[in-house]
Design a protein around this ligand. Structure first.
Ligand SMILES: [Fe+2]
Ligand SMILES: [Fe+2]
Length: 497
């Protein structure tokens, strides 16, 4: 797989050709001319030290004084938007960067299709819009909290650096949403910005808003699964918001997608390298049966069926993030022109208003799974979920090619979309990964084949031994093909103090 820079191009995020200078004289690097809006600047300068407090309390545990080889966004020019260098994480320049304005842009969908985009919040949609921004914003610090203990067990300095890179960028995504709240929503925006620093992932009384963001990320396989599957939900949500008729949100999300591509790269290559190590160790030991877990695990690598069970868990939990497949809220956000479909502006074959269209939604009717024609407006979430499932497949195919190349008879697959769901059409149903609707008894009897068991998790945990010397990699993961920003794989990506 290509290095992250190329991947950014693969992701086909067009941020335009305009280059906007970033003002580094200000405390907060930005290309939104912050210094001209005293009130906004003051509000953000007040929020900034509280953010740093949050970062120190809830960000990476340890390593806060280590020098980390990080990418910092310094502009929005596709040819050179980032610079690399060693920085201590609390000194990272979290900035506010919007993709350039597109001259004459019109609202691409919904009731207001064809009208000029909004530069200010349309009064009638104020609370709906605020909610969309808050829900997106809440996921950003949540993942940092979920991943905060992983540095200690990093399988290499390269991986540790990638973890921290993802973390600081999620921090910047929080900044991006807070900017919109504070600039465009007055006092309640400032209150929401505050609350984003107060909720805590997994907290009993004040949890993060969405379920998957309250799950633990206890080990590195979970982290790679999270960055491949759950950050990809982030991509889908950001892409839908990038279509928004509220232009500041659109421009903000368009630039965030540029960074998001690297997060999914970390996940895809992380799982890919795990598979590579497993295949190589099996080959060397002359093991051909992928299900011979005892012998495979004795080699210090993760058996492929366990990787499948882990993937099943992360896929099902992430699919719940799309919300109910049939949703009045999603219909309202679409009609209002606030949140579109994936690739909305480029979609062909309908009028982008969807008043008279239908979309096939899989539902459970009379004890059977059936695809039912549903008013398309109410099926916006179902469609985004389907697009997400398609988007997940590319990496899975790449992993399968590596397994086939190693001569092993095993394929990773995506479970049926109704598998193990808590939200939406399939909540409360028992559906196997193959898509069979079964009773609870059958499910319980077979559950250990579908999802990781306590013993599986304990095994993964036993592998989480730190490898913190340059060029050293844990047994269960192969070194990457190339380093970050053309540096070697044994580069000192983190200078642990
Ligand atoms: Fe993010
Ligand atoms: Fe992300």
């Amino acid at each position: 797989m290509a290095d992250p820079e190329t991947l950014i191009e693969d992701n086909a995020v067009v941020i335009g050709d305009g280059f906007i200078e970033v003002s580094y004289d200000d405390l907060i690097p930005n290309n939104v001319d912050l210094s001209s809006d005293r009130q906004l600047l003051r509000a953000l300068e007040k929020w900034q030290p509280e953010y740093i407090d949050w970062w120190k309390e809830m960000g990476p545990d340890g390593f806060q004084t280590s020098d980390v080889y990080l990418r910092t966004a310094v502009g929005v020019d596709p040819a050179g938007w980032a610079k690399f260098g060693h920085v201590k994480m609390p000194d990272y320049r979290w900035g506010i960067l919007l993709a350039p304005e597109v001259e004459g842009r019109t609202i691409p969908f919904g009731k207001h299709k064809g009208q000029p985009v909004w530069k200010e919040v349309p009064a009638e949609y104020r609370s709906l819009l605020r909610r969309l921004i808050v829900v997106q914003g809440d996921t950003e610090p949540a993942s940092v909290e979920q991943q905060r203990y992983l540095g200690k067990t990093a399988p290499s300095l390269y991986d540790m650096r990638n973890l921290f890179q993802v973390n600081v960028e999620e921090g910047r995504h929080l900044w991006a949403m807070v900017y919109l709240l504070v600039k465009h929503f007055g006092r309640d925006g400032r209150e929401e910005a505050q609350a984003l620093l107060e909720r805590r992932s997994g907290h009993e009384d004040n949890p993060r808003i969405l379920g998957a963001f309250n799950e633990a990320t206890p080990d590195w396989l979970s982290f790679f699964m999270f960055t491949y599957f759950t950050d990809r939900d982030g991509k889908m949500q950001l892409a839908s918001l990038a279509e928004s008729g509220f232009d500041p949100l659109s421009r903000s999300c368009r630039f965030m997608l540029t960074e998001e591509a690297h997060h999914m790269f970390v996940g895809e290559t992380g799982i890919g390298r795990t598979i590579e190590a497993t295949c190589a160790a099996m080959k060397q030991a002359g093991i051909t049966d992928p299900y011979d877990a005892t012998r495979i695990r004795a080699l210090g690598v993760i058996d492929l069926p366990l990787i499948q069970r882990k993937a099943n868990f992360h896929m099902s939990v992430t699919r719940d993030l799309f919300g109910s497949e049939i949703s009045g809220n999603a219909a309202a956000a679409f009609s209002a022109g606030l949140k579109g479909r994936f690739g909305e502006a480029r979609l062909e074959g309908d009028d982008h208003q969807l008043e008279n269209d239908t979309y096939a939604v899989t539902r459970v009717t009379d004890g059977k799974l059936v695809d039912e024609a549903t008013p398309a407006l109410r099926a916006i979430n179902a469609r985004l979920l389907d697009d997400y499932i398609t988007d997940c497949q590319t990496g899975i195919e790449r992993w399968n090619r590596a397994i086939a190349k190693a001569g092993l008879d095993f394929r990773l697959t995506q479970p049926h979309k109704g598998f193990n769901r808590r939200i939406g059409e399939f909540a409360g149903q028992f559906i196997t990964p193959e898509g069979d609707l079964v009773g609870e008894d059958v499910w319980s009897a077979r559950k250990d084949q579908f999802l990781p068991t306590a013993a599986d998790m304990a095994f993964i945990d036993s592998l989480m031994q730190p490898c913190h010397a340059p060029g050293e990699y844990a047994s269960w993961i192969a070194p990457p093909r190339s380093g970050i920003n053309h540096q070697p794989v044994d580069y000192e990506y983190v200078r642990i103090d």
